[in-house]
Design a protein around this ligand. Structure first.
Ligand SMILES: Cc1ncc(COP(=O)(O)O)c(C=O)c1O
Length: 418
């Protein structure tokens, strides 16, 4: 193995950051403590100098352990492992995905700034940008997955200001539309001047770390709702951002102040989940392919959007998928003939698949974006983005795909969709 780097999935298996912290146990304990004892006052002084001085120190360094809002062993092992998936220089975990996303915005932007933003995006991020950030004087220029580079540049020029950051979600929630990460990275580079860079932030929640590595295509930061594939068992909420060291250092400093880091019990669960991340996601993607094929062959379904259904992708989408997506994911969106009444009947008839929002867990969930996750988006925007009353979003879990297909078939029949 000499000279050969371990693959990310091997690096997710527990390793002892500092064996003395764990009594050499194979699985690390939960460090359910708010603070750590100093041997002397001099030691306390030295530890604080390191934390507030921002000095880099070794991962297993005892000087990191002061108070759990700064860091603690479960968080250190989590962050030292996860960054390998994304090819990030460092990463920071938060108590929710929205905490990760909002802290990234606050760390980079100030009132009066302008950002570039793709549409559609998750409803929570959308209302944060259009409501909260706007009230702080931060405006945005929207663009759609169909827009070309000249068109996006024209939109920015129309705002008569330079952009300070770009935020994109690809594949988009819930439509599975794709955005070319490299193209947006080039736009950001065009507005960067020396050290004054314009970071590109990509929400990679929908494909997850196994399905896409935005950093390889020019993203400076990659954010996730870790409540989804990363946690993966539908039993926690968390968020993470990975990427360039200098940006993550600023984000961690802000996290100290906001106090919105993930807590020890959840960090322990996330460490456990990382061990099976690839295994779970591989299975989920395999099952999703079978289910998407079934849905696509059903006459009662208007349209199925799934990255594995290549014939349903445009030429541009196909090119982007081949270039930047490592898997087809496990998220399927499909349009039922008969709109909201049929969609509700179908959802109410499911028994194996749960009628619930969230995604990426071991359990399969189906939801209705029009009235649920995206109901806070203006109706005209939902329509423009292809979020229609007949649209159903399905997150495929690890159950036997035959059972899932049987559940879908039965529920379509019960809803009178033949
Ligand atoms: C794409 C995407 N980004 C961010 C979030 C927010 O994450 P959380 O619910 O963990 O705060 C979600 C939640 O559904 C999401 O789907």
């Amino acid at each position: 193995m000499a000279g050969k780097k371990l693959s990310p999935e091997s690096q997710m298996i527990p390793h002892q950051v500092n064996p003395e912290w764990y009594l050499k146990s194979i699985k690390e304990p939960i460090f359910q403590t708010s603070t750590y004892k100093f041997d002397t006052a001099e030691e306390g002084e030295k530890f604080f100098q390191r934390v507030y001085g921002g000095k880099e120190h070794a991962t297993g360094d005892r000087t990191k352990l002061i108070y759990s809002r700064f860091t603690y062993p479960n968080l250190i092992s989590l962050e030292s492992k996860f960054k390998h998936w994304d090819h990030g220089e460092d990463c920071a975990f938060f108590n929710t995905g929205m905490a990760a996303i909002s802290t990234v915005f606050f760390s980079i932007l100030k009132p009066g700034d302008l950002i570039l933003k793709s549409e559609p995006i998750y409803g929570g991020s959308d209302s944060f940008i259009k409501g909260f950030l706007k009230s702080y004087g931060i405006e945005h220029v929207p663009f759609s997955p169909k827009d070309s580079m000249p068109r996006i540049l024209k939109r920015i020029a129309g705002a008569k200001k330079k952009i300070k950051m770009a935020f994109i979600e690809t594949p988009c929630n819930p439509t599975n539309d794709l955005i070319d990460i490299q193209m947006i990275s080039e736009i950001c580079d065009g507005f960067s001047r020396g050290k004054d860079t314009v970071p590109l932030v990509v929400d990679n929640t929908f494909l997850g770390p196994v399905g896409q590595r935005p950093a390889d295509h020019g993203a400076d930061l990659t954010v996730y709702s870790a409540s989804k594939y990363i946690g993966g068992h539908g039993d926690l909420v968390a968020g993470v951002v990975s990427g360039k060291m200098n940006l993550i250092q600023d984000i961690k400093a802000l996290r100290y102040s906001l106090g919105n880091m993930v807590e020890p019990n959840t960090a322990w669960l996330l460490n456990r989940s990382l061990e099976t991340l690839k295994l779970r996601m591989d299975r989920q993607c395999e099952s999703a392919e079978l289910i998407a094929d079934y849905l696509d062959s059903h006459s009662g379904i208007e349209k199925v959007k799934y990255l594995g259904l290549k014939k349903n992708l445009s030429k541009k989408e196909l090119q982007i998928a081949n270039n930047q997506c490592l898997t087809n994911g496990a998220m399927i969106s499909f349009e039922l003939k008969g709109g909201k009444p049929k969609a509700f009947k179908f959802l109410n008839s499911l028994s194996v698949i749960r009628l619930a929002v969230s995604l990426g867990g071991t359990e399969s969930n189906a939801s209705h974006p029009w009235t649920m996750s995206h109901s806070n988006v203006k109706e005209k925007d939902r329509k423009k983005w292809g979020i229609t009353p007949g649209l159903v979003r399905l997150s495929v879990g690890v159950e036997d795909p035959t059972d899932l297909i049987r559940d879908i078939k039965k529920s379509l029949a019960k809803a009178g969709i033949d």
